[in-house]
Write a protein that binds this ligand. Sequence first.
Ligand SMILES: Cc1cc2nc3c(=O)[nH]c(=O)nc-3n(C[C@H](O)[C@H](O)[C@H](O)COP(=O)(O)OP(=O)(O)OC[C@H]3O[C@@H](n4cnc5c(N)ncnc54)[C@H](O)[C@@H]3O)c2cc1C
Length: 446
Amino acid sequence: MSFPITEATPPRFTAALPARADVVVIGGGVIGVMTAWFLRERGLSVVVCEKGRIAGEQSGRNWGWVRQQGRDPAELPIMVESLSIWKSLAASLGDRLGFRQTGVLYLARTEAEIAGFEAWTEHARAHQLDTRMMSAAEVQAMLKGAVAPWTAGLFTASDARAEPWVAVPALAEAAVEKGATIREACAVRGLDLAAGRVAGVVTEAGRIACDHVVVAAGAWSRLFLGRHGIRIPQLSVLASVAATEPMPEIFPGNAADDDFAFRRRADGGYSIAPGARHDFFIGRDAFASLGTYLPILKKDFRSTTYRLAAPRGFPDAWGTPRRWALDGTSPFERQRVLNPAPNLRTLAAVQDSFAKAFPALGRPKLKAAWAGMIDSLPDVVPIVDHAPIPGLTIATGMSGHGFGIGPGMGRVLADVVTGRAPGHDLHRFRLARFSDGSPITPGPSL
Ligand SMILES: Cc1cc2nc3c(=O)[nH]c(=O)nc-3n(C[C@H](O)[C@H](O)[C@H](O)COP(=O)(O)OP(=O)(O)OC[C@H]3O[C@@H](n4cnc5c(N)ncnc54)[C@H](O)[C@@H]3O)c2cc1C
């Protein structure tokens, strides 16, 4: 398959739309696909509408880390469940996911980083995870040929990796095999409401009547919900990634420090990326939400490159309309796949850091570079909740770590939609926290 998945990638999911379904899911990323998968398990009819391509946006562009380590305590139990779902999916789908439990290793240089790692081990203990602190010597022994001055590490052997742009389309195929209808190149323009509740959706290919809608629209959720009067303080940052040519194995899993992150890939190369650097496009939403983002802005200010305007057609571009009629082209059809250019300067710095840490390997040669727009919320945890419009559920703002937790979130969402007890405390993920005066406390985002 060509990579990354873009509008030029031929559609693979072209099912005809039914006139009616129990649930319509907006968005064919890992969250929408896995929600559909679990809704089928519960016997509901479900349609996934994807404006571009399955896994064309974040779910096919991410690092491929499936990690429990460093999670917000409220996400952790869902992630523990998610990991066990990944394992059973990998067992039933053969090697289509590229899933391997090769561990996640965080690397520290400073006392403050070590203290952060140590504090997190308390959450690991609460869930009986195999997380452990590592000495400098142990880190050195684990990373073949490393010379960087890491003074400690945090390691979870049961954490895993998977191949995003292969895995998520494979999961979508599995959902179709279970009976879900998935349609690419099919934007949902808006909700069809009757007596104040969800009666259907209006897509570019016609209306689908339904009782429930799940908004799993990634970086587009704020725009979509805003048209229906629901405000969420979601913003997106551009994150750049590169794939190296195949190279000797220095570590079979995923590792990161503040400068750079790397993951072994199934093809023998590494996916490499800056540990913390990203680009941010200033737009109307950014101004509107500035206040709520101050706590993380303070932390991330220096690691962010600010740019004056998003590319045309992006959700927070200056010219993107916030209101549109349902019988005309919507912003979702004008921008099928967010495919921003990667920041090559940032990636060059990553190549340098990698070469410095592993001098025997030399500067890694890149075979591809890409970027994705990470959708985030001010406390770095998602919204997973019913919306004020009956029949509408929101599942968005996965804040840079939705790939690993996707299967677990899919299971939770299927229960939220069908009114069953989700089995985990979702209080931290409620929509109202942004409007009821609750203090906004960012998660550990280690
Ligand atoms: C560079 C990068 C690295 C990352 N690394 C990791 C990692 O290692 N581990 C991890 O767990 N997470 C990681 N993440 C985060 C993870 O990729 C996301 O949290 C996750 O993929 C979000 O899934 P989603 O389904 O919510 O959104 P998306 O994958 O963005 O999917 C949303 C979909 O909705 C569609 N859509 C939007 N509006 C409409 C509409 N109106 N009609 C129809 N379709 C619509 C979009 O086209 C899109 O395909 C990373 C993200 C990036 C960008």
